[in-house]
Design a protein around this ligand. Structure first.
Ligand code: GLA
Length: 363
């Protein structure tokens, strides 16, 4: 009997203990906080990931399930199962649902740009196919997906256009065309151009030029997506801030931080040489398999905290911050650029706790 009373008291105390405030509430009025979700989270088999997602985040993006190759294994043949689940999952948990991505050179339906003989299709055919795909997907979720990454990663760091199949067939026009098709399919939907390394001056220059060109032609574009896959040694935070402001000053557009993560591991700039033992190379690529040293953790927290402070300072431009994954264990960085690493790039650790740099906000 005594034991039962004691247990009940413990449970009651736990239920009444003040919980840390939710991140999404702390940043309300500044920006929307979202996370990319994977299949386990969408299917609700990852219950721990989901509970931290529901508690701290107000928006979602799909890590993979809306990309063309995922949703349309062969041109015109759709498999909606996971994509439908994704949208319903967000709605049923009160999360803002975002779409990623309509036109991308990677994870692309293999025959999107080819005819039956394996030749590149003509510009007219590709325009028609792009319209068909974009209209099909955007109108299926019309009024339910709040904003779409219409085109992903079309500009290179040197400011040139990526020599993708879309570019080879249609030239620069494939971008405005994609935006036009998306707008026609859902006139109320927000439309974004999304890319990595937006702190590269030549790249941002071209992106801004492309966005202004669309604005002058009356084609809807709402914001630029800065993917923000950061490292401990790049990019420079002041430069990043000045580029975010440049977008606003030169185009009036907002910025979304769309795929935020910061690898805690050393940036790999070399490959193994023959004189190296397997163990020595392992040590280079995955130096802390059993836990990151405290000073490295501290440096990561300081740097991520400085980025967050900077985003808050620029909350008049930054309308959404989206982490690329819910917790460290989910991150693509554990397998890229080299498989088998143990990274810790997100705001929530493998233990599902908030990283220390957030404590000052959730006190
Ligand atoms: C790019 C894409 C994302 C994702 C990441 C890696 O940034 O935009 O969809 O594939 O690479 O996970």
């Amino acid at each position: 009997m005594k034991r039962t009373v004691f247990l009940a008291a413990v449970l009651l105390a736990a239920a009444c203990a003040p919980k840390e405030p939710a991140l999404k509430d702390v940043f309300k009025g500044k920006f929307v906080l979202g996370a990319a979700v994977n299949a386990g989270q969408i299917r609700e088999t990852d219950t721990r990931g989901d509970s931290v997602l529901f508690r701290h985040f107000g928006a979602i993006e799909p890590e993979n399930c809306l990309k063309s190759a995922e949703i349309m294994p062969a041109f015109g043949q759709y498999n909606w199962t996971l994509a439908d689940q994704y949208v319903a999952f967000g709605e049923s948990h009160g999360l803002d649902v975002y779409g990623h991505c309509l036109i991308w050179h990677s994870q692309l339906t293999p025959d999107f740009c080819f005819d039956k003989e394996g030749n590149l299709v003509s510009p007219e055919v590709l325009k028609e196919r792009m319209k068909q795909h974009i209209t099909t997907v955007v109108s299926r979720y019309k009024g339910r997906i709040k904003g779409w990454d219409v085109v992903n990663e079309a500009i290179m760091e040197d400011g040139s256009y990526r020599n993708s199949l879309f570019y080879r067939i249609l030239g620069e026009e494939f971008i405005p065309w994609a935006f036009q098709c998306a707008h026609e399919a859902d006139p109320d939907c927000e439309l974004y151009y999304n890319d990595y390394s937006m702190h590269e001056p030549a790249k941002l220059e071209t992106v801004i030029k492309m966005a202004k060109d669309m604005q002058e032609r009356g084609i809807r574009i709402d914001a630029l997506g800065f993917q923000a896959h950061l490292g401990m040694d790049y990019p420079d935070i002041d430069l990043y801030e000045s580029f975010i402001r440049r977008v606003k000053d030169e185009t009036g557009l907002d910025v979304c931080i769309t795929e935020l993560d910061m690898s805690i591991l050393p940036t790999i700039t070399r490959s193994a040489d023959v004189s190296m033992t397997r163990e020595a190379w392992e040590q280079v690529i995955n130096p802390w398999p059993d836990g990151v040293p405290a000073d490295v953790q501290e440096a990561w927290n300081a740097r991520m905290g400085a980025f967050l402070d900077m985003f808050i300072r620029n909350a008049d431009v930054v309308r959404r911050i989206n982490l690329w994954g819910v917790s460290d264990g989910d991150s693509w960085k554990n397998g890229w650029p080299i498989p088998g690493r143990k990274d810790a790039p997100l705001w929530i650790g493998r233990d599902y706790n908030l990283k220390p740099f957030l404590h000052k906000y959730v006190r």
